[in-house]
Design a protein. Structure first.
Length: 312
């Protein structure tokens, strides 16, 4: 069975995530220690014992989710399942940094610092209240793009995340996104609702954040990944460090082409997807994109044991 390891993005965060892994595996605990040291603060305390409102802040959620995913990866490795057990890795938005770290292209410390910077830069790019995002359920990408174009009226309004055949997220100026919600409903969407996010991610309003990340990424070593990484903005596998660097900048304003990314992996023979880290959002998307796909979640010690047994 050919498999891909996939890594969740923002929205999967939960207080207590990764604690069970850290308790069961010293290698997993070491990841949280490394992230704490890289950031100069006890992010692990916030993850395990803090308030969800603080964990959900973009600058905290991004490195926290990466830490949890890599802790799960280290637990798998401790049981003998290395990254080479996957033919591809991919991650949703910030999850692409987790995928790159799992594949050895980025160090844990560099990924933590980059994601802290990314979260801060994305939050600072647009004053609170001026941007918005909305999920549209029941319309395909083409229909949502038409809605976004019609709603723009000179403002930024774009399809930001093509998650699965029935879920596309719109991002942009608040008034334009609100118009898009109404237009989507009129166009036959099952649901269209504003999302509780702090900034309009993956649209042209994020240009200041893209500039900040280009600068930050210039100072970081990127290695050849051990397995190909399916990049969000290309929905295609990449391995060249220079290309990876440029795509991480492009990703800030570009669309997350998740549906196409999953289909690209399926076309390359992937039949099994392991979602590594917090939550189960990507697993649901994969099932809606390609029903025959086998899906496994690895976010706790018991999941690691079950995954290892499945390979024996």
């Amino acid at each position: 069975m050919t498999r891909a390891f996939i890594f969740p993005g923002q929205g999967a965060q939960a207080i207590g995530m990764g604690r069970d892994l850290a308790d069961a595996y010293p290698q997993a605990r070491a990841v949280f220690d490394e992230v704490d040291e890289a950031l100069g603060e006890k992010l692990s305390s916030l993850i395990w014992e803090g308030e969800i409102e603080n964990l959900t802040l973009t600058a905290n959620a991004q490195p926290a989710l990466m830490a949890t995913s890599i802790a799960a990866m280290r637990a798998l490795e401790a049981e003998g399942v290395t990254i080479e057990a996957a033919s591809f890795v991919a991650g949703h938005s910030l999850g692409e940094y987790s995928a790159l770290t799992a594949a050895g292209a980025l160090s844990v410390a560099d990924a933590a610092r980059l994601l802290r910077k990314r979260g801060e830069a994305m939050q600072a790019a647009v004053p609170v209240g001026q941007g918005a995002m909305a999920a549209v359920l029941g319309l395909d990408l083409k229909a949502v793009r038409k809605v976004a174009d019609e709603a723009a009226q000179g403002e930024v309004c774009a399809a930001a995340n093509d998650n699965d055949p029935a879920q596309v997220v719109i991002s942009g100026a608040k008034a334009a996104v609100e118009r898009a919600v109404d237009l989507a409903k009129a166009a036959g969407a099952k649901r269209a609702l504003l999302l509780p996010v702090s900034a309009p991610f993956h649209c042209a309003l994020m240009e200041p954040a893209a500039e900040a990340m280009a600068e930050a990424l210039n100072d970081v070593d990127i290695n050849d990944p051990a397995v190909p990484v399916v990049a969000n903005v290309r929905a295609a596998a990449v391995s060249n460090p220079a290309v990876i660097r440029s795509l991480l900048v492009e990703q800030i304003c570009g669309s997350v082409r998740w549906r196409e990314s999953v289909l690209a992996m399926v076309e390359e023979g992937v039949t099994e997807f392991w979602e590594i880290g917090a939550g189960k959002a990507l697993s649901g998307m994969v099932r809606r994109i390609h029903k025959p796909a086998a899906v496994r979640n690895i976010g706790a010690a018991a999941d690691v044991k079950a995954a290892v047994e499945s390979l024996q």
